[in-house]
Design a protein. Structure first.
Length: 320
């Protein structure tokens, strides 16, 4: 805590410095295609404890382990034929699988919250992949923000919440997807968190509908807490128009008078990429204007809209 947070480049020197810091048990934020992750060695109790400390994250909330490829993932978790087929189809990419943990994997119990399963994914972002290759070990990496707050989609967002609390951030520019990965448990398939890979795509690959699962009081994967992704201002959903004391986030061409618009054309991919940035900007606007709430227009609940609405519902939930 109260350390100088370095801003590192994505060149070989920057990645080498990041790997050096990680090897010393320090925390390094880095870009993925979804949001920025806060990386620490998943095998080190000390490094993982530092993640929880820096974020103020509850210890019962598991973390995702990031790995460079399927071969590395198979040394951490037990893959069924169905899990291997999904990994082959969608990795690298915004899909996290919750699978049985191999007892010999050496993953810290803090990563799994003591559960017999582990959440793992192979990120697509070239900087994340280069960092994993440079480091040569599994990285536990939740979103690089204070727990429960808006997830970061650029290096400035990371520093806004964690400057002085982590060793470094690798500045790889803005994240393309903008919402966290989809989390899927198997045997049977259960959608634990909607995310950057639409549920409909997974259902088509599996040939069956997905059940919705998860308990906000006993999470088996990240992103299941009832109140999460929250700005400072209160959030009101399904707002076709704002009240006089609200900042309005619109969606689509009918919201031309909105203060901000996730996508004026109604593009869900662009809306997902813009979501967290819009919430941050609306929060600043609300504070400056003395507004009491952020009002958000309806977003279609299909494709990436399911992930957007999941984040919005948690942002609007009663605060702990």
């Amino acid at each position: 805590m109260n350390q100088k947070t370095e801003r590192l480049g994505t060149d070989p020197a920057g990645l080498a410095r990041a790997a050096q810091l990680l090897g010393a048990g320090a925390l390094v934020a880095f870009p993925t295609e979804t949001v920025y992750g806060l990386g620490g060695d998943a095998r080190s109790d000390l490094a993982v404890a530092r993640i929880f400390e820096a974020k103020g994250r509850p210890r019962f909330n598991p973390l995702i382990v990031h790995l460079p490829d399927l071969a590395a993932a198979e040394t951490i978790a037990v893959f069924s034929p169905q899990a291997r087929a999904l990994a082959t189809a969608f990795w690298p990419g915004p899909l996290t699988l919750v699978l049985p943990l191999r007892p010999e994997a050496g993953i810290s119990d803090l990563v799994t919250a003591g559960l017999p399963t582990v959440a793992i994914r192979v990120p697509e972002h070239p900087v994340a992949r280069a960092l994993l290759a440079a480091y040569g070990g599994p990285l536990a990496a939740p979103s690089a923000n204070p727990s429960g707050k808006i997830s970061p989609t650029c290096a400035d967002d990371v520093l806004d919440g964690l400057d002085g609390r982590i060793a470094a951030v690798v500045d790889g520019g803005p994240c393309a997807v903008g919402v966290e990965s989809t989390i899927l448990a198997l045997d049977p398939p259960v959608l634990l968190r909607p995310g950057g890979l639409p549920a409909e795509v997974l259902e088509a690959a599996l040939g069956q509908p997905l059940d919705m699962g998860g308990d906000a009081t006993k999470p088996t994967a990240p992103g299941q807490l009832l109140s999460h992704y929250a700005p400072g201002a209160l959030v009101r959903l399904e707002a076709s128009a704002p009240a006089s004391n609200e900042i309005w986030i619109g969606f689509g061409p009918e919201c031309e008078l909105a203060n901000l618009n996730l996508s004026p054309s109604g593009d869900l991919v662009k809306a997902a990429a813009n979501l967290f940035g819009a919430l941050r900007q609306a929060d600043r606007m609300a504070a400056a204007a003395g507004a009491v709430r952020i009002a958000v227009a309806p977003v279609p609940d299909h494709g990436l809209g399911r992930a957007i609405n999941d984040r919005l519902r948690r942002a609007a939930a009663p605060r702990p």
